[in-house]
Design a protein around this ligand. Structure first.
Ligand SMILES: C[S@@+](CC[C@H](N)C(=O)[O-])C[C@H]1O[C@@H](n2cnc3c(N)ncnc32)[C@H](O)[C@@H]1O
Length: 303
């Protein structure tokens, strides 16, 4: 996953014996806002004016439900071609449900772009939804497809940012598809994407980016140790660390990589037919080396 971020240089300050973080490029405005609270990092053990940073065991958390970490989501995920793809579809649908809406930015953009119909965002993480709620002209629902009950209300249901991959078992997927189907109007469509397992993208899920915490601390967010832990299931641990924090925060998560044949069988069994299929966001058709499996599905006729 491409997560561009802040680049800083560590410069020694002779008068204090400490290192100062100096931004080199990107997000300069954010750093400027917080410059006075960016801490100095000790770089000489004997320096008299520096605190020693203790190395403690990391704590475990979740990057969507932990409010300290959820605020990094939009910093780590720039608006991009996938957002434009979904936004275009949203603008031509009267009623839209965004499942796993996160910070709600797609729904925000739709309203800002002049969408006048019903927009609903559903997410089980209140720390994400709290950020979404800065707009009050969208309906926000705390929960998931198991808790919300919709009855043929939406022309379009979207599931973006690879939310579909949090459903790990065939049973989870079947239950989610059944709920999406109940939410869809008779001629409605369900649009979502999954990463193509044939490309083994998790092998490149390393690296990270720097972000700014609520108190101005610079925090490094990185993916560590992505690995296949079961057939089709990848586990990866997000690590958040900062010179200002006593300990690192680790966020393990698992994602299902469903192959296209299994995906289509699960859709068929749930009463869907695939009406469009793309390799990514430029409208090109799917091929085995496609990075994404972008699917637009509709109710099977008569079902
Ligand atoms: C990668 S973010 C995607 C957010 C948003 N869709 C986007 O594209 O920016 C994943 C989101 O899925 C939500 N999520 C996790 N499990 C979920 C579930 N079972 N049902 C719906 N959403 C879920 C998380 O809380 C998080 O906000």
């Amino acid at each position: 996953m491409d997560v561009p971020g802040l680049v800083v240089e560590l410069r020694p300050v002779e008068s204090t014996g400490c290192l100062e973080l100096v931004p080199l490029r990107r997000q300069q405005d954010l750093v400027d806002q917080h410059r006075t609270t960016v801490p100095h990092i000790p770089y000489r053990a004997a320096a008299p004016d520096c605190d020693t940073v203790a190395v403690l065991e990391p704590e475990y958390s979740d990057d969507y439900t932990d409010p300290r970490l959820a605020i990094f989501y939009d910093q780590l995920n720039d608006w991009g071609p996938s957002d434009e793809f979904y936004l275009g579809r949203m603008m031509s649908a009267t009623t839209v449900l965004d499942v796993g809406c996160g910070t709600g930015r797609l729904l925000h953009h739709a309203r800002e772009a002049g969408h006048t119909g019903r927009l609903v965002g559903l997410d089980p993480a209140s720390a994400m939804l709290d950020q979404a709620k800065v707009r009050t002209d969208v309906e926000w629902i705390l929960g998931d497809l198991g808790t919300a009950e919709f009855d043929r209300e939406f022309d379009l249901v979207i599931m973006t940012g690879h939310v579909f991959q949090v459903f790990l078992s065939d049973e989870d997927i079947a239950a989610s598809l059944a709920a999406v189907r109940s939410a869809l109007a008779t001629d409605g469509t369900f649009a979502f994407e999954t990463l193509n397992p044939l490309r083994r993208p998790w092998e490149h899920w390393t690296g990270g980016a720097d972000v700014i915490a609520a108190d101005g601390a610079i925090v490094t967010a990185e993916n560590t140790n992505p690995q296949l832990v079961e057939p089709h299931i990848v586990e990866v641990t997000g690590r958040f660390s900062s010179p200002s924090w006593e300990r690192d925060v680790l966020c393990p998560s698992k994602f299902r990589f469903v192959d296209i044949e299994t995906l289509d069988a699960l859709l068929r069994d749930a009463g869907f037919v695939v009406v469009e299929r793309y390799c990514g966001w430029d409208g090109q058709p799917y091929a085995d080396d496609s990075p994404e499996i972008v699917t637009i599905a509709a109710r099977t006729r008569g079902a």
